[in-house]
Design a protein around this ligand. Structure first.
Ligand SMILES: Cc1cc2nc3c(=O)[nH]c(=O)nc-3n(C[C@H](O)[C@H](O)[C@H](O)COP(=O)(O)OP(=O)(O)OC[C@H]3O[C@@H](n4cnc5c(N)ncnc54)[C@H](O)[C@@H]3O)c2cc1C
Length: 287
C-alpha cells in the first residue's frame, strides 16, 4: 500500500491521517518537524529498525527543478525516471536539488504497540549506559529504545522504547535493563500506535532560548573512558538543561543496516546507535 503525502505536512498530521487508515510510515518523533526535510535527510525513528529509514520507504518524489533561462519544471523521480535525483533525495539533505512537493511512500499496517519507560538515579550512570549500549542493538529489530542521561542536577537516567508486540514479551525483553543498577520507576503497557507517537513526541518549544545541539553515530559501545567523559560533562553542567541522549538504530536484523551504504545518499548504515548531545542556557554566564 502507498500514501501520497504533500511535503508541507508536519509529522503529527502525517501520523494522524495515516492512523485513520491504520497504516503508518517509519519517521521521527517530533510532531512539528516537517516530513519534507526529515525524508530528504534520511528520517530516523522508533520503527526504523524494523521498517528502515523514512527515505527507504520513499518510492517516488515530485520535485520542482530549475529549468531553462528563468524557468522551472516539475519532474517525477523514482527508480526508473531521474533515478539519480531519487537516489539523492534519500539522505542527501534538504534544499539541494529542487523543491520537493509530494512524496509517494510505502506504508505499513499498524495497530497496537507496547511501550516502556525505566527510571534510574543518576548514580547508576556507569552501570546503566554501558548495559544499554550492549543490549539495545542486540534485541529484536521490533524493539527500538532510547536512553537519556540528564545533567546531574536533574539526577535521572531514563530509558524508553517501543515494541511491535505485546506487553508480556516487552517485559521479558527489558529484563537485562531491569537487572542493571536499581530502577526506581518502571512502566510497561500496550497502547494504540497513535498514543505511542504522543508518548515519544518531543519539541523544542518552551526550552531555554540558547542552545547547542550536536549529533553523532555510534558504531560500537563507548569505552569506559567515553562513559566517564559523559559523567564528568553532566556533573559540571551549569544548569539542568544539558543531556546526552541515544537511540538504537542498527544491530540485530535492523532494516537500516541491511541497505548498502551506497544504495541511497544516506551512508551511515552500519551505525548501531545515534547520539544527541545538548546544552541549553538562558544567559551567557551559564556557558
Ligand atoms: C525537535 C526536533 C526533533 C527532531 N527529531 C528527529 C527525529 O526523530 N528523526 C530524524 O530523523 N530527525 C529529527 N530531527 C531532524 C529533522 O529531521 C531535520 O531538522 C529536518 O531537516 C527537518 O525538516 P523540516 O522540513 O521540518 O525543516 P526545515 O527547516 O523547513 O528544512 C530543513 C532543510 O530541508 C530543506 N527543505 C524543506 N522543505 C523542503 C522541500 N519541500 N524541498 C526541498 N528541500 C526542502 C530546507 O531548505 C532546509 O535545508 C529533529 C529536529 C528537531 C528540531
Amino acid at each position: 500500500m502507498v500514501a501520497i503525502i504533500q511535503t508541507g505536512n508536519p509529522l503529527a498530521r502525517v501520523y494522524k491521517k495515516l492512523w485513520n487508515k491504520r497504516v503508518t510510515l517509519p519517521a521521527g518523533t517530533a510532531p512539528d518537524v516537517g516530513v519534507a526535510g526529515l525524508t530528504l535527510g534520511g528520517g530516523i525513528g522508533l520503527l526504523s529498525r524494523k521498517y528502515g529509514l523514512t527515505c527507504d520507504n520513499l518510492k517516488q518524489v515530485k520535485v520542482i527543478v530549475a529549468s531553462g533561462r528563468f524557468g522551472a519544471r516539475t519532474i517525477v523521480a523514482n527508480w526508473r525516471k531521474h533515478s539519480d535525483l531519487w537516489w539523492a533525495s534519500r539522505g542527501g539533505g534538504g534544499g539541494n536539488f529542487g523543491v520537493a512537493i509530494a512524496y509517494t511512500f510505502r506504508v505499513r499496517p499498524i495497530s497496537m504497540v507496547s511501550i516502556y519507560s525505566i527510571n534510574w538515579k543518576w548514580g547508576d550512570l556507569e552501570k546503566v549506559l554501558p548495559a544499554w549500549q550492549r543490549w539495545a542493538p542486540s534485541v529484536t529489530c521490533r524493539l527500538t529504545s532510547t536512553i537519556e542521561v540528564a545533567a546531574k542536577q536533574v539526577g535521572t537516567i531514563v530509558s524508553t522504547g517501543q515494541l511491535l508486540g505485546g506487553a508480556e514479551e516487552l517485559r521479558r525483553l527489558i529484563r537485562p535493563l531491569l537487572r542493571t543498577g536499581t530502577p526506581v520507576k518502571v512502566m510497561v503497557k500496550t497502547v494504540p500506535f497513535i498514543e505511542a507517537t504522543k508518548f515519544f513526541a518531543e519539541s523544542d518549544l518552551n526550552l531555554e532560548p540558547k542552545f547547542k545541539i550536536t549529533g553523532a553515530y555510534g558504531f560500537q559501545p563507548l569505552p569506559r573512558e567515553g562513559v566517564r567523559i559523559i559523567r564528568d560533562f553532566l556533573s559540571e553542567a551549569p544548569n539542568r538543561h544539558s543531556s546526552v541522549w541515544s537511540q538504537s538504530l542498527g544491530g540485530a536484523g535492523s532494516a537500516v543496516s541491511r541497505v548498502s551504504p551506497t544504495a541511497t545518499a544516506y551512508p551511515h548504515r552500519k551505525a548501531e546507535t545515534i547520539y544527541e548531545l545538548s546544552a541549553r542556557w538562558r544567559n551567557n554566564r551559564e556557558q
